[in-house]
Design a protein. Structure first.
Ligand SMILES: Cc1cc2nc3c(=O)[nH]c(=O)nc-3n(C[C@H](O)[C@H](O)[C@H](O)COP(=O)(O)O)c2cc1C
Length: 403
């Protein structure tokens, strides 16, 4: 398609799959590659989406409800539907980055998760959306962690998300994109063959008069400069991994609401309850962590069964349709978080593209609730699904050695 035709094309898209195709066309190869991510063979990233397709719906033929309730709360924060923007640290997709995502989420009444590795400062993001959950890794000395948390609290963040599952796994069989430390003239020249065939992306940056800034402003020390992405990554890698006592400390320092993201095992979910968290997300980091970890939707039922009456259980990984949201809720999730789906929307059409993705999920969820004969997302239950034998996987539910 010529650039002229592509400019004329209707910017609205009808599925997340189409947003992904447009993101692929619009973004330079290395930026698109960073969004697709995944680890090693990519079995987990694939299973996260494929597993949703293995679950079937059990629709009703009559007695449907004319109006359906999709709104809910997550850790006491209201949301117009059980979908939360998951924190992602990806620079260079769009010049407005997380601020555009936050505005889109605010316009659709949805909570915004902001990564500490994001490209925009927490103050700007909180100004764009009143309901921000700020995400941290276990990185740096304790006083530095406290300073970052307090900055987010002052900015107005409503909850802390601690993502602790990352194990620095490396390597993708299909190749990892090259990401520069910073963009100077030499880097720009070197990247030119990748960038020039994507005039739409280039134009978005050209209009701002800035090249992508690959720094991490939320990790800037008081009075200092924001570290580069790789500088921040180095600090994180060099920090000794947290114990359960550290999780408890983090939770006590922040208070509530506190979400522990990255739980795959029933025994970990129980320890999270003991550490005093308000919620967990059943998550394998979108298939970017230990490859061959099962899809999160397979892990959800056992975890929800074990701790769902004590804390809120969320899920992230592989959500691409409103029907996926309904399936996760039917199997015990309070809400889901989405990652790639909104990143592809952002790449395809900026803020409007993220709104487009949220509308697709809302429409699909509403259709599922309608077809299943339910009046509210809170009524969804396992009876609404066909769950094939052997689908669910319970990790860490035995009596193995604990730590
Ligand atoms: C490109 C990319 C960057 C991510 N960065 C972060 C991050 O900075 N912090 C975090 O907690 N999770 C991060 N995640 C994981 C997401 O929050 C979420 O767990 C995952 O994307 C969910 O899977 P999905 O992409 O299939 O929806 C990232 C995921 C992707 C794809």
């Amino acid at each position: 398609m010529s650039p002229i035709n592509s400019l004329r094309r209707n910017p609205w898209f009808e599925t997340v799959a189409e947003a992904r195709r447009r993101a692929r066309r619009r973004l330079p190869g290395n930026v698109y590659g960073a969004l697709v991510a995944g680890a090693e063979h990519g079995r987990t990233v694939d299973d996260n989406t494929a597993a949703f397709g293995e679950l079937g719906f059990a629709p009703r033929v009559a007695g449907h409800h004319g109006a359906r309730e999709l709104a809910t709360t997550v850790m006491g924060v209201e949301t117009s539907m059980p979908v939360v923007v998951s924190p992602t640290g990806v620079q260079a997709v769009d010049p407005e980055g997380e601020v555009a995502v936050a505005r889109a989420a605010a316009n659709r009444g949805v909570i915004m998760g902001l990564s500490s590795f994001a490209s925009k400062p927490v103050e700007e993001v909180c100004a764009a959306n009143p309901n921000v959950f700020f995400q941290v890794y276990w990185s740096g000395e304790r006083d530095v962690m406290l300073q970052r948390m307090e900055r987010a609290r002052r900015a107005g963040a409503k909850a802390l998300v601690a993502t602790l599952d990352w194990s620095f796994s490396q390597g993708r069989d299909w190749g990892s994109p090259t990401i520069p430390e910073r963009i100077d003239l030499w880097t720009a020249l070197r990247m030119a063959p990748q960038v020039l065939p994507h005039p739409g992306w280039l134009w978005r940056y050209a209009r701002t008069g800035h090249v992508p800034d690959l720094t991490v402003p939320n990790l800037r020390p008081p009075g200092g400069r924001a570290p580069t992405f790789f500088g921040a990554y180095g600090e994180w890698m060099g920090t000794p991994p947290p114990t359960w006592d550290d999780v408890k400390w983090l939770r006590e320092e922040w208070g509530e609401p506190f979400l522990l993201k990255g739980v795959c095992r029933v025994d970990d979910a129980r320890r999270a309850v003991d550490a005093g968290v308000s919620a967990i997300s059943v998550s394998n980091h979108g298939g970017n962590n230990l490859d061959t970890t099962p899809a999160t939707i397979r892990l959800l039922p056992a975890i929800a069964e074990a701790v769902g009456s004590e804390i809120e259980v969320l899920l992230d990984g592989g959500v691409r349709r409103g029907g996926d949201v309904a399936k996760a809720l039917a199997l015990g999730a309070r809400a889901v978080l989405i990652g790639r789906a909104y990143l592809w929307g952002l790449a395809a059409n900026g803020q409007a593209g993220v709104e487009n993705v949220l509308d697709i999920l809302r429409g699909g969820l509403d259709s599922a609730v309608l077809g299943l004969g339910r009046a509210s997302v809170h009524e969804l239950c396992p009876d609404d699904l066909h769950v094939p034998p052997g689908f669910a996987v319970a990790l860490g539910s035995g009596s193995g050695p604990g730590r």
